[in-house]
Design a protein around this ligand. Structure first.
Ligand code: B1M
Length: 215
C-alpha cells in the first residue's frame, strides 16, 4: 500500500507495529498536523462508521484508539509552536459519564501550541470538579468535550449549574464533540445559559474561538 493508505489502515486495523517508521516517512513529506488531520482522523472516521454499522466490535475500536493516541504522541514534538505562552488559560474536560478523549486531547495540543495554558482534567469529569478547577486555576474559559448523545444533556445540565451558581458570566464556555450540533449549542444552549457559550466543530475552530474570547 502507498504510505498514506498504509497509515490510515494502521488506525483502522489497530496495527501499531512499524507505526513509527511510517510516521517518520510521513514527516519527511508533510507537517505533523496535516498527517493527523488528513490521514489519521480519516482513519478514525472509518472506525466510527464500521463500529456504528456493527461491522467492528468494541475491543477493536479500543485498539484503533490506542494506535491513534500513540501516533499523535509521536507527532506532537514535531508540531510547530506558533506563539509564546500567556494568551490565556482554559480548563478542559470530557464531561461526566464519557470516556472519549482523543478529540479533547487534540484541542489541548492545538491550544497549547498556540500560546494558551491548558489545564486538562481528563475524562468523566463531574461539573463540580470542572468548576472547582476553573476557580483554583483562575481559568479564563471552560472547555467541555463529549461524544455521546447523553453528554449533550450533561453539558446542558452543567451550564444550568453555572447559572445557579451565578458564575455564567465569569467563564465563557467552549463546547465540542461529535454528538453536538452548532444549532443545539448556539441556539438551544445559548438561550438558557446566562453567559457566552460557543460550539467548535474542530480543534482549529476551538483555537479561533479562544482567540475571540480573549480579545
Ligand atoms: Co465510542 N462511541 N463508545 N469509543 N467511539 C462513538 C462516539 C459513537 C458515535 C460510535 C458509533 O456508534 N458510531 C458512539 C456514540 C453513540 C451515541 O451516543 N449516540 C459510541 C459509543 C456508543 C461508545 C460506547 C457506549 C460503546 C459501548 O461501551 N457499548 C462506549 C462509551 C463509554 C463511555 O463513554 N461511557 C464507547 C467507547 C469507546 C472507546 C473507549 C472504545 C473509544 C474511545 C477511546 C478514547 O477516546 N480514549 C471509542 C471511540 C474511538 C469512538 C469513535 C469510533 C471515534 C471517536 C474519536 O476519537 N474520534 C466514535 C465515532 C464517532 O465519533 N463518530 C465513537 C476522533 C476525534 C479526534 O474526534 O472526538 O469528535 P472527536 O473530536 C473532534 C471534534 O469533535 C472536536 O475537535 C476534534 C477534531 O479536531 N472536539 C472539540 C472534540 N471535543 C472538543 C472540545 C472543544 C472543541 C472541539 O472545546 C472544548
Amino acid at each position: 500500500l502507498p504510505l498514506w493508505e498504509r497509515l490510515k489502515r494502521r488506525i483502522v486495523d489497530g496495527e501499531r507495529k512499524g507505526l513509527e517508521a511510517d510516521l517518520d516517512e510521513a514527516l519527511a513529506q508533510r507537517p505533523a498536523l496535516e498527517i493527523i488531520n488528513d490521514v489519521l482522523l480519516d482513519g478514525m472516521k472509518t472506525v466510527g462508521v464500521l463500529f456504528g454499522s456493527g461491522e467492528m466490535q468494541l475491543p477493536f475500536v479500543l485498539q484503533s484508539a490506542e494506535v491513534m493516541k500513540n501516533a499523535v504522541a509521536y507527532l506532537e514534538p514535531h508540531m510547530e509552536r506558533l506563539e509564546g505562552d500567556g494568551k490565556g488559560r482554559i480548563v478542559l474536560a470530557t464531561v461526566k459519564g464519557d470516556v472519549h478523549d482523543i478529540g479533547k486531547n487534540l484541542v489541548d495540543i492545538i491550544l497549547s501550541n498556540n500560546g494558551y495554558e491548558v489545564v486538562n482534567l481528563g475524562i468523566k469529569q463531574p461539573v463540580s470538579a470542572i468548576l472547582e478547577a476553573a476557580e483554583d486555576k483562575k481559568a479564563d474559559v471552560i472547555g467541555m468535550s463529549g461524544l455521546l448523545v447523553k453528554s449533550t444533556v450533561v453539558m446542558k445540565e452543567n451550564l444550568e449549574e453555572m447559572n445557579v451558581r451565578g458564575i455564567s458570566e465569569k467563564y465563557p464556555v467552549l463546547l465540542g464533540g461529535a454528538a453536538l450540533t452548532r444549532a443545539y449549542v448556539e441556539q438551544d444552549l445559548a438561550d438558557l445559559f446566562q453567559g457566552e457559550v460557543r460550539y467548535a466543530r474542530d480543534a482549529f475552530e476551538g483555537l479561533r474561538l479562544m482567540d475571540a474570547f480573549m480579545a
